[in-house]
Design a protein around this ligand. Sequence first.
Ligand code: PLP
Length: 460
Amino acid sequence: MSDLLDWIAEAPAGAKLPSTRALVTRYNASPVTVQKAIRTLTSRGLIESRPGVGTFVRAVRMARPLDYGWQTAALRAPQSRLPSSTTTMRSTPHGGVALHAGYPDRELLPERLIRSALARAARSDAALTRSPVPGLPELQSWFAGELAGATPVGITPPTASDVIVLPGSQSGLSSTFRALVTTGQPLLMESPTYWGAILAAAQAGVHVFPVPTGPTGPDPDEVARAFEESGARAFYAQPNYANPTGAQWSADTTRRILDIVQAHGAFLIEDDWANDFGITSTSVPVATQDDAGHVVYIRSLTKSVSPAIRIAAVVARGPARERILADRGAAAMYVSGVLQAAALDIVTQPGWQTHLRGLRQQLRARRDLLIDSVTEHAPLADLTAVPPGGLNLWLRLPDTADLDQLVRECERENVLIAPGTEWFPAEPSGPFIRLNYSGANPGAFPDAARVIGRALERAT
Ligand SMILES: Cc1ncc(COP(=O)(O)O)c(C=O)c1O
């Protein structure tokens, strides 16, 4: 009956099988053979009988093994091997405690503002028209105005025309590396740093030079040395609430690094992903200190407004802005006007500032609860610094800790944690874990810390 199997493999889901009599004739087989074949195919889940109606090809079929071997030759070896997913993007099993993830729980989002903004955007012209390539002018103005409001007297603030709206800052990192650094050229990066920036650099084919960083930012002398040794003309950094460490550059570090960047005729690609997540301080963008086009500023609203209204912007001046805009045009043409209109609506409501004030308190309570829990129940994990903002704790483990074992054992008890390895552009300087305190169910932090503490004792 292999002919019948071929027929089923090619038939669309839901196709009706010919009657037993028709099959007997078509395949020149006995009725017993045909009925036996139908029973076998039913038990394999390929067809189903509906009494009184007939027998049908099932929607979900067990596929024949397909051979994509030819693609191996056609694709050749990749230029860089990018992972298809990373730990922080894994979804959480039901009942699990998600300390590995990067996106805030919905209780930290301005849900009422989001829902009414989306409803208004759906009724507006934005729902039917194409946005300009650099973004909706009003949203460009909002991003520029935010920076301008923090720019000191004596420095010319950016204007709306310096802004390019992005569908999230991740693709902005790729565009900026491609446009300003270009394939094969050197790029300085703090170490540890955001895994997504490491991936974007690999995708753009740029050559990364790691610069060690600490609780108040990198040592400016190290930055100067890295510029000199590498010949780099760009430095990707997170001066405020860095992911993963939560570090914020001191005023002195900021001034000295900006001087070094300017002296080397270079760009500082400033990733201000956590501008809205200050806890005991406020984000002070380095971009407010520069009007000569050295700082290319990337500001995300994804995590503070909503991961579903994924809006960010890059603010750049001079020819650099034109290069990035050209890359954006080639990569994506424009960003959905509906999402831009909704984001603008949310951040211009009076309720937005009220929401941000409440968020600060909530993040502080969550951060402190997780710190207390870890300090009490997982004393082998050493908090590198209390983060003044952001969403994460960065913990150093004993040298002998087996990170893979720790992560596995925690997961077995439904506690998901992120191994620090992914945040290092080169070899990790030691075993670290990152714990995010913005996920669901903060009440479970003490129990989760107990699980981590016990697993860490076994893994050390
Ligand atoms: C430091 C940093 N930059 C950029 C991004 C990407 O942000 P977006 O979601 O806007 O693409 C993230 C997301 O986790 C991040 O942590």
